[in-house]
Design a binder for this molecule. Structure first.
Ligand code: FDA
Length: 307
C-alpha cells in the first residue's frame, strides 16, 4: 500500500471513534469553515453566488449520509426538495448532489428509489440536475441499480459517479454505456480493502485517465472531479488533441480546494463546477477531507494543542 493510502486508511479508521469525533467537532472549526459553506441553505446559496462571480458554477450538496431510520431519510428528502424548489427560482445553479444512503439505501433500496423518484419528479421539469454520489464499495452495486432503474423509468436529468480506485469500475462503465450516463469520474474517497481496490496512488491515477479517455471516446459527457494538477493537465492536452469540444466535458472541484485553479480554468474557457456542501451533518465529509491531505491533520492537531 502506498504511503498516502496508508495515511488515509489510518485517518478514516480513527475518525470513527467517538472520542476523536468529539475532539474534532469542538476543535476543527477552521477546517469546517474552509470546506463547508455553512449550516443553512442561505449560507450555501451565498457561497454559490460568490463562486458564480468567478465563473465557477456550484453543485449544492446537503450533507448527510448513512441514515438509520425511514424518518431520517424522509426528513433529508424534505430538505432536498426544498433545495430543488429554491434552485428552480434562480437562474443558477441548477445542480444538486446527494448520497443514496442519505435517502435510506441501507434500510431499503425500494425506499431510496421512491424518495429519489419524487426528487427527480420535482427537479426535472425545473431543469435541476441530480447527481448520485458514489459511496463505499458495499453500496456500489445498489447505487448502480438505482441509477439504471431511474433511467429506465425515463428520467434523464440524473447522473452518477465512478471511482477509479475500484477494480470493478471499467466493467461498470461498459455495462453503463447503453444508458449514455452523464458521468462524474473521481479517484475515490473511502477506505477500501485490497481485494476490491488499487492501493497504489500511481495505479489509481493511471486508471482515472484510462477510464476518462475511454468514456470520452465513447461519446459520454464526463465531469473530471479531481484537484490533481497533473491529471487536469493531461485531460486538457488529450481533449485538445482529440478535438473533444469544451461542451463535452467539465472539471469539478470541492469547495475550498484550489480555488485559484478553479478560477483559472474558468477563465481559460473550461466549464468548472465546485461541490458546495452545507448542513449540520458535516463530520463524515470533513474526515474524508482530512484523510486526503496530511496538512489538514496537522491543523487539527495544532488546534488540539491550543496553537
Ligand atoms: P489527490 O488526493 O491525489 O490530490 C491531488 C492534489 O489536490 C493534492 O496534492 C492537493 O494539492 C489537492 N488536494 C486534494 N485533496 C485536497 C483537500 N482535501 N484539501 C486541499 N487540497 C487537496 N469521492 C467518492 O468516493 N465519491 C464521490 O461521489 C465523490 N464526489 C466528488 C465530487 C467532487 C466534485 C470532487 C472534486 C471529488 C469527489 N470525490 C468523491 C472525492 C474524490 O474521490 C477524491 O477523494 C478527492 O477528489 C481527492 O482526490 P484528488 O483527485 O483531488 O487527488
Amino acid at each position: 500500500m502506498s504511503l498516502d493510502l496508508a495515511y488515509r486508511s489510518f485517518v478514516l479508521s480513527v475518525a470513527g471513534r467517538k472520542g476523536v469525533e468529539r475532539l474534532i467537532k469542538t476543535r476543527a472549526r477552521g477546517l469546517v469553515r474552509r470546506y463547508v459553506a455553512g449550516e443553512t441553505l442561505e449560507e450555501a446559496l451565498k457561497a454559490a453566488e460568490a463562486l458564480e462571480e468567478k465563473g465557477v458554477h456550484a453543485i449544492l450538496d446537503l450533507l448527510g449520509e448513512m441514515v438509520r431510520s425511514e424518518g431520517e431519510a424522509r426528513a433529508f428528502q424534505g430538505q432536498i426538495l426544498d433545495l430543488v424548489r429554491s434552485l428552480a427560482q434562480r437562474p443558477w445553479p441548477k445542480y444538486v448532489s446527494l448520497k443514496p444512503s442519505q435517502l435510506g439505501l441501507d434500510l431499503s433500496e425500494g425506499l431510496a428509489r421512491e424518495l429519489l423518484r419524487e426528487i427527480l419528479k420535482e427537479a426535472e421539469p425545473r431543469g435541476v440536475f441530480v447527481r448520485l454520489d458514489m459511496e463505499d464499495s458495499p453500496r456500489v452495486e445498489a447505487t448502480l441499480r438505482l441509477y439504471k432503474g431511474l433511467r429506465e423509468e425515463g428520467f434523464s436529468q440524473v447522473g452518477l459517479v465512478l471511482q477509479s480506485y475500484l477494480f470493478r469500475t471499467e466493467k461498470d462503465l461498459w455495462d453503463l454505456l447503453p444508458y449514455r450516463p452523464n458521468l462524474r469520474l473521481v479517484k475515490g474517497a473511502y477506505r477500501e480493502p485490497k481485494e476490491v481496490a488499487f492501493q497504489d496512488k500511481r495505479l489509481i491515477d493511471a486508471e482515472f485517465l484510462h477510464l476518462g479517455k475511454l468514456a470520452l471516446k465513447e461519446g459520454l459527457y464526463v465531469a473530471f472531479a479531481t484537484h490533481d494538477p497533473r491529471l487536469i493537465a493531461e485531460v486538457k492536452r488529450y481533449t485538445k488533441a482529440m478535438g473533444v469540444p469544451r461542451e463535452g466535458f467539465e472539471f469539478q472541484f470541492l469547495y475550498g480546494v484550489r480555488p485559484e485553479a478553479q478560477r483559472r480554468l474558468a477563465q481559460e474557457g473550461y466549464r468548472v463546477r465546485a461541490y458546495v456542501p452545507y448542513g449540520k451533518d458535516w463530520y463524515p465529509y470533513l474526515t474524508r477531507r482530512i484523510a486526503e491531505r496530511p496538512e489538514n491533520l496537522f491543523l487539527v492537531l495544532r488546534s488540539l494543542l491550543g496553537g
